[in-house]
Design a protein around this ligand. Sequence first.
Ligand code: ADP
Length: 458
Amino acid sequence: MKSLYSKFVLSSVLVLAAGILLSYLLVNTVYHRDMKVENDEKHVRIAGEMASFIEKTDGLDLDLYLKTQAEAGYILYASDQEGGGTFYGGPFKENSLPQGTVRSVLDGHVYHGMRDLPAETFFSGYFANDVANTVGVPFTYGGRQYALFIRPDIGLLFSELHWLTAIMFVSIALIGFIAVLYTAKKLIDPLTELTEATRRVAQERFTELPDIRRNDEIGQLSDSFRRMVRKLEENDRSRKAFISDVSHDFQSPLLNIKGYAELLGKPDLPDSIREEYSGIIRDEAVRLSDLARQLLLLTSIDQITEPPEIGTVDLAGQLREVIRKYRWAFESKGIYVSMELDEAVYRGDRELLEKVWENLLSNAVKYTPDGGEVDIRLEAGPEAVIITVEDDGPGIAPDERERIFDRFYRADEARSREGGTGLGLSIVREVVELHGGTAAAGSRPSGGAAFTITLPRS
Ligand code: ADP
């Protein structure tokens, strides 16, 4: 009994059987509580009518009359005052009456055997074919006292009631069983379909999804499954794109290094050319190392499932520190840096936030022309801390302001610019989003780029 289907069928059949048993016990209880008394009263009345008919009808053939009653569906026992008795109708299973019963009825008392017989179950009560399970009334015939005991014929009861009840129980059981098989199939079929689909998804076959349209929990499960598969498909696509981007971005510096290293091997190379080639090799090596470092950082951010390591960060102090680190770079290009920093203590991950400022400032250095200007502001509001970095560079075209945050995305102009990996801004956005904030790119009125980082306080 392993499959859900067989478990469901088995438990439903058990429930069905328990239902039938319980209803049987219920009927039995009702019989003992109410029907037994009513049945007894009814038969006392019938026996009384027989007795008064016998007494009133002159010249009645008692034997013939009782035989006729027996044929009408009763079992009778008539006993005279001498103790001789005659049975009519089908035989009684037990022919003995409680001690003194015949005497008591002959003396004019009514015998309530159908009511008083201590019967434990339905069958031993209603169907017990004993002479003790009768009602007894007295009557006079031909100047002699008689006691008449009657009960309905068990054969008659069987044919009329018992078979009907039996047919009813059997058909309930049969219909119930067929209904259980049908419902179980309806319930289990979509689950089997989903299981099959899960196997296909495991083989990266994302398109062959089951078409289950239902309004119940199975319908919800199927909807969630479809959503999950779409997400998996999307992840699979971006994983493949990521791998191809990574290999491309590693490939080109490696090819450059290989090519220029071969050129360097040529004899009689002028010193200036030799220096230029080794400079290119050095730059490409630096780019490769940056790429590897940033990829490692992104991978570690991807693996963060819980909120980042929270500590208190003095944001203005941290920004000043990073600006100081880049001072030589700004100075070497003659870039003027202005800052307006509110003091702000923020709860966040110190190391990751430092990467945000480093990436924004290194881009500002990279894209601002010689002698340009970079403005850095920090506004500490009650709800959020807003940091803006603006520069004098070429700016970012409106249709690229979102895409520049994608991994490996680099605007065309920037591709030729040395040292770019296309990963810096995706690190910025992922770190900021990890803190519940937003990172957006815009432009200054003068045309340069403006980056706005909003970090919520809560
Ligand atoms: P990269 O290493 O290429 O700078 P980023 O992810 O940091 O990678 O930036 C992605 C792209 O966004 C860059 O290639 C460039 O086109 C654009 N970009 C980033 N910062 C600036 C900026 N300050 N001014 C103009 N364009 C920028």
